[in-house]
Design a protein. Structure first.
Length: 285
């Protein structure tokens, strides 16, 4: 059953990517779409995990945990905006691979902040991450997002996703006794929704369109359940097995999705980068 949960987690992540690509292709305003997505994800998370108690809320507001939740929620929605744009401009397989390489950041946080041990395999994995990133970045600097090269989006995804994943490690170490996983995720998603709402008002764009609402609702469910299914799997098997399997499924599935459905192109060097990324993921766990 645990491997079925891993397959479902990867499937939700790939469905999420496909919906992002579809939204970008239809020129939907993804900020609006992601705001709706995080509202839906928060409501579902609270309905399953429960609302935080009044005492827990008051305690959170008076300690550094409040700033931690706000920072994490803000990172989540900004990362989604960058990720969506990169999927559209750089392709699905390359963007998913860059995102999954961000595993490096929580590994470094675990080692530097929580004094976890480092093995030779971990060091080799760290080196391979940078090799893979170097190979994944397109050689031809022709695709641009606003005034910057679209290739830089891959680096931003790598950093922001790494920070988002590292926040889960911080939660596990410092805040897991206050809130269960789903309640914490509901709080983070709520902040992401509010940040999206504020940005929507700042931009003063047209009202929400029906297509943006529909896409946001469709994204919100796999966005939450990609994490929920992974948590279910971790209850049954070790993280040393679960994390490499789900990351490899995402990299391989994302590459195939981009090639077969969206006609993405992958260069020979980028294929080598994907191979290096798979090896790095195995070594880092």
């Amino acid at each position: 059953m645990s491997y079925l949960y891993l397959l479902l987690s990867a499937g939700c992540s790939l469905l999420l990517v496909h919906l992002m690509k579809a939204g970008e292709s239809r020129d939907q305003r993804m900020l609006n779409t992601f705001a709706v997505n995080y509202l839906v994800a928060a409501l579902v998370a609270f309905s399953i995990g429960g609302l935080p108690s009044l005492e827990a809320n008051l305690e959170l507001l008076t300690n550094p945990g409040f700033l931690f939740v706000v920072a994490t929620g803000s990172i989540f929605i900004v990362n989604f905006l960058v990720y969506s744009k990169s999927i559209h401009l750089n392709g699905i397989g390359i963007s998913v691979t860059a995102m999954r390489l961000s595993l490096l950041v929580p590994v470094l946080v675990s080692v530097l902040l929580y004094r976890e041990s480092v093995t030779a395999a971990t060091v080799l994995g760290l080196i391979l991450v940078f090799v893979a990133l170097g190979l994944l970045i397109p050689r031809k600097r022709t695709i641009r997002f606003k005034k910057i090269d679209a290739a830089w989006l891959l680096i931003v995804i790598f950093l922001l996703t790494g920070l988002a994943d590292a926040s889960l490690k911080v939660y596990e170490e410092d805040f897991s006794l206050q809130f269960n996983e789903l309640t914490f995720m509901g709080m983070v998603f709520s902040v992401a929704f509010l940040v999206g709402l504020i940005l929507m008002f700042v931009q003063k764009g047209p009202a929400l369109k029906k297509g943006e609402v529909v896409t946001g609702v469709l994204i919100g469910i796999p966005n939450l359940y990609s994490t929920v299914f992974l948590i279910y799997a971790l209850h049954q098997i070790d993280g040393a097995i679960a994390y490499p399997v789900v990351n490899i499924l995402n990299v391989a599935g994302g590459t195939l999705l981009g090639l077969w459905i969206w006609d993405d192109t992958v260069t020979k060097l980028q294929w080598w980068g994907i191979a290096a990324a798979l090896a790095a993921i195995l070594l880092l766990i």
